[in-house]
Design a protein around this ligand. Structure first.
Ligand SMILES: [Zn+2]
Length: 222
């Protein structure tokens, strides 16, 4: 009997199902070629590392449309590859905060204040973007995406002045310290770094904000 096994590269934040089919084997060899010298781990159903795999990870053959199929991953048709496999330091730092807060939810240590859910829902609305890595960009697209990032950062900043509980305010402030400030991501630099795919720094922050939104959604339902 064959057990489902996956392999993860923690540096490139990508998970691949290991399958004994022609395309599965081709994908496996591609993964070995790309990640053999990286921090790679074999995952089985109950591996503890699953808990560290969040929505920022690329999951090959998942049902998320921006993730590559096995065939796309194995071959050269995955347009997003050069961007998706770049390290995302901001997203990783934000993921650590999200995991820690989720642990306080699970442990029943999160004290919900009256205003938290409504404010979380409002901020989350300003973050509704998660462009796939393979999207081709021009200057106008980069400017629009950069403006959306800055608007989301500004919305987070404003929320710290709203009537939220101490725990939630502390988390919002920690997100703001971890995310870049507007002067760290000048639009001219992001435009210069982009093409044909988005700037890795821009995509990193977008993915980080997606993780923030994921946590805000959980707060809004509490
Ligand atoms: Zn890797």
């Amino acid at each position: 009997m064959q057990y489902p096994v996956d392999i993860v590269c923690h540096r490139c934040t990508i998970v691949l199902p290991v399958l004994d089919t022609p395309v599965g084997r081709a994908a496996w060899w591609r993964f070995m070629d790309e990640h053999a010298y990286h921090p790679v781990e074999i995952l089985w159903e109950h591996s503890g590392a699953w808990e560290r795999i969040d929505i920022d990870f690329i999951q090959v053959d998942s049902d998320i449309s921006s993730d590559p199929s096995l065939a796309e991953y194995a071959g050269d048709d995955w347009a997003g590859r050069p961007l998706a496999l770049q390290a995302r330091p901001v997203a990783r730092a934000v993921a650590e905060i999200v995991t820690r807060v989720e642990d306080t939810f699970a442990a029943g240590e999160w004290q919900v204040a009256a205003g938290d859910a409504a404010v979380a829902e409002q901020i989350a609305k300003a973050m509704d973007f998660a462009p796939p890595p393979g999207v081709l960009v021009d200057e106008a697209t980069v400017r629009a995406r950069s403006a959306a990032v800055l608007a989301a950062l500004e919305r987070l900043h404003l929320a710290t002045a709203e009537p939220v509980g101490e725990k939630f305010r502390a988390v919002l402030e920690e997100f703001l310290r971890t995310l870049p400030s507007p002067s760290d991501v000048p639009v001219a630099a992001l435009v210069a770094e982009s093409g044909p795919l988005a700037s890795p720094r821009l995509w990193d922050v977008e993915r980080a904000l997606r993780l923030v939104q994921h946590l805000l959604n959980q707060v809004s339902f509490r």
